[in-house]
Every structure is written in C-alpha cells, then in structure tokens.
Design a binder for this molecule. Structure first.
Ligand SMILES: *Cc1c(COP(=O)(O)O)cnc(C)c1O
Length: 222
C-alpha cells in the first residue's frame, strides 16, 4: 500500500456518518504503527489480547482509549482493568460479574458491551439473542456496581452473501432494541458492529461503532 496509516484513517473517518465512532483495531501490529495512527489523530484503539493491550498501553500516550475486543479469559480481566475504557466482548454472565468485581477492586467504573452471537460459525463466543434477552430481563445488569453496560457488540457471518450479512446485522440491532426494552438501564447507546469488509452494511443496519483493522494497518502477521 502506498497511502499512509494516517491518510487511510482520515479517508475512513470522512466516509463515516456523524455519530459513528472508529475503533482502530491494532492487534498484532507493532507500536510504531499505532504511533503513526496516533500522529494522524486517532485516539481509540482496539486490541484482542490482554498482554498485548497492557504492553501497548504502557508504551503509548495516556490519552488513548483502549478497547478490548477479543475473548477475555477470566484470569486476564485483572491485568487489563487499569487500562481499558470499553470491553466489547462480555460473553458470559460469569465474566460480567468477574469484571464488575475486578473494577470494584481497583475502585473504578468500566464500560462494557454484551457480545451477541448471530453468525453461523459455531466457534464464535457470545450470548444468543435468546440468552441476551434472558439476561436483560433478569435484573443482573442493573445490580452491577462497577460495570456500566452501554450496548451490544456483534459480528456477521464470514460469508460473501450480502443478504446473510445484512440479516446478521439486523439481528444484532434487534438485540440492542430488546436490551433497551427489557432492562431499565439508561446508559444504552452503543451498537458495535462492522469490520473492514462489512462496516458499510453494519452502519446501514444501525451500527454506531465500527472496528476496523486491515483497511487501516494492512494484513496482520500472526
Ligand atoms: C480483528 C477484529 C476486527 C478487525 O477486523 P478487520 O477485518 O481487520 O477490520 C474487528 N472486530 C473484532 C472482534 C476483531 O477480532
């Protein structure tokens, strides 16, 4: 790619409707790439591994908002807690309660999204829409003291079929509407969906937070 990280971020931002937040997904990319994005004005970064988030948070300016977007192992919740602004990937009630306890332990409040699983891949983490509705109606999320639930995060099936992708995004947006209807929270304002290849469809379906990695930083080397 001949364009720079900064110019790619500016191009994406210019194409996003007002009110849509860009999370620059920097997982597996070196600190230098994030510094370039930072110099271009980007302040919100998404990471999917706890150790990597902690290391990068220590190496980069403190006005960055770190979002955790991967599956969070319960034994890693404690390590990210001092650094993370928003956890997108709360995928079980057990993890939710643990994150609440870990936030309380260091006397802070953390924002979080409930991950809803609608994609056809069987290995994906998250609540089914039915499970999410049960949780929303249970009173559990209102009883949390140090986690503020802001909404939902989801991914569409990894397929070429646009209709299928649109349908997945519609279901995620529907889960958000159900969460609003079934809970008494007044903090619900975020639908995190859309990645490099499908974020335009996600925005059409109601997303107001997109998580974009490859289009900004190029292919990841695992
Ligand atoms: C890696 C990742 C992304 C970014 O994907 P790209 O295709 O590189 O834009 C977004 N969301 C989640 C949850 C991810 O793990």
């Amino acid at each position: 790619m001949t364009s720079t990280i900064g110019s790619r971020i500016n191009d994406i931002k210019a194409s996003l409707p007002a009110g849509v937040t860009l999370v620059a997904v920097s997982k597996f990319h070196p600190v230098e790439a994030l510094e370039e994005a930072y110099a271009g004005g980007q302040r919100v970064f998404g990471e999917s591994r706890a150790n990597e988030l902690v290391a990068k948070a220590g190496a980069l300016p403190s006005d960055i908002e770190w979002h955790f977007i991967g599956h969070l192992q319960t034994n890693k919740a404690r390590t990210i807690m001092p650094h993370v602004t928003l956890i997108h990937s709360i995928d079980s009630e057990r993890l939710l309660k643990l994150v609440d306890a870990e936030a309380k332990r260091i006397n802070r409040t953390v924002d979080a999204l409930l991950q809803v699983h609608v994609a056809r891949e069987e290995t994906k983490f998250g609540f089914s829409p039915e499970e999410l509705n049960e949780l929303a109606a249970s009173g559990v999320i209102e009883s949390l003291t140090n986690v503020r639930i802001r909404g939902v995060m989801g991914m569409a099936s990894n397929v070429d079929d646009e209709e299928r992708i649109k349908d997945d995004f519609r279901r995620i947006a529907e889960s958000f509407a159900d969460l609003k209807r079934l809970s008494t929270l007044d903090s619900l304002d975020t639908i995190s969906m859309g990645m490099s290849h499908d974020y335009r469809l996600a925005i059409d379906a109601g997303s107001n937070m997109v998580r974009i990695g490859t289009t900004i930083f190029g292919e990841r080397e695992y």
